[in-house]
Design a protein around this ligand. Structure first.
Ligand SMILES: [Mn+2]
Length: 353
């Protein structure tokens, strides 16, 4: 069944006449159009892609299943003209702004507007073969960038320089860009789970955490590795080993039928039992695909069940304020029996003398 057919099945279940898509990843997933600025209007018979004159040619080439409608800046004006017959209209309530919702409501006075934010994102969570192959490539690009940066890291370099080296490798290998603002955090900054690269110089006696990823043909990779500069103390080794053990246990727990909550609990228990529970304040992982953060997640609240074909990160961490932190992150593909680890970069404790 095509993606459009699967969406129509869900629309039927929700008893809606039309669904309006504006989130770029959802639009790309359904139509193939990668230009970003498009609105899809889908009914049981029609599949319309509304965009302005800049994108008409591209949309015509990339979205053969859709009729391309040329619109002005205000896409909802065109939606209003098309949608006069619709009685129940679904939209992405997590993405449509309050202002745009007001416009839509005013222009489709006959329609009941129904917020259905998960209609497409739930389709996106199980990847098909082509998507998995593209994700493998995206992961390989970030693995190779890590291998390259290991040959150039030196004490005295700034975090920004290391981040740029990672980005340069990935762009050279075909990435269109980074999949988020890279985290390169050394020393006390490694205790900041989201410490983006700064002008701080890396020094002896410090952890260095690098969390980065590539966008390749629209699909995102995400990897974290933590290395050490200089002579580690016993506590550095201990914290690293606890995080690694938790990460391996989390990976071993990934399987279809498990909830995100169950997998999180397995990894978290190892960190809690080692006495570092209070220093692991985030969830264990998130799905990746056309967006860097997708559902389902691995965390203490996630009730969604894993299915074969989902692609998800496993990334426990320990962050001790004013001391430092460690995070290790791989991407795994959920398989029929468990999971396959896509990330190949080494994760033993790497020390730079
Ligand atoms: Mn991540």
């Amino acid at each position: 069944m095509s993606r459009l057919e699967r969406l129509r099945q869900k629309m039927h279940e929700e008893n809606i006449d039309a669904y309006v898509v504006i989130r770029p990843e959802n639009g790309r997933y359904l139509s193939g159009f990668s230009g970003g600025e498009a609105t899809l209007y889908i009914t049981s018979e029609k599949a319309l892609l509304l965009t302005d004159f800049r994108y008409i040619e591209q949309a015509t080439a990339q979205a053969p299943e859709f009729d391309i409608i040329k619109t002005g800046q205000d896409h909802f004006e065109t939606v209003a003209k098309i949608g006069q017959q619709a009685r129940r209209v679904g939209f992405e309530g997590d993405f449509v702004t309050y202002v745009n919702f007001g416009k839509l409501k005013k222009r489709l006075p006959q329609a009941e507007l129904i917020s259905l934010p998960d209609l497409v994102s739930h389709l996106r969570s199980v990847k098909d073969q082509a998507e998995i192959e593209t994700l493998r490539q995206a992961v390989k690009i970030s693995d190779d960038a890590f291998a390259n940066v290991l040959t150039s890291i030196e004490i005295g370099q700034t975090e920004e320089k290391i981040g740029l080296d990672l980005e340069y490798s990935m762009r050279l290998a075909g990435a269109s860009g980074g999949s988020f603002e890279f985290i390169v955090a050394s020393g006390f900054r490694s205790a900041l789970p989201h410490g983006t690269a700064s002008s701080k110089k890396v020094q002896s006696g410090e952890f260095l955490t690098m969390d980065f990823g590539a966008i390749y043909q629209g699909y995102c990779s995400d990897i974290t590795r933590t290395v050490f500069l200089g002579e580690p103390e016993d506590k550095h080794r201990e914290v690293y080993e606890v995080v690694l053990a938790a990460q391996r246990a989390g990976i071993a727990a990934v399987a279809p039928g498990k909830t995100g909550k169950e997998v999180d609990a397995v990894a978290r228990k190892i960190i809690v039992d080692a006495g570092y529970g209070e220093y692991f304040g985030h969830g264990l992982g998130h799905s990746v695909g056309l967006a860097i953060h997708e559902g389902p997640n691995l965390n203490m609240r996630e009730e969604r069940v894993l299915e074969a074909g989902m692609v998800i990160t496993v990334e426990p961490g320990i962050y001790i304020p004013n001391w430092g932190g460690v995070r290790i992150e791989d991407i795994v593909l959920v398989t029929e029996n468990g999971c396959e680890v896509l990330t190949q970069a080494p994760k033993e404790f790497i020390i730079f003398e």
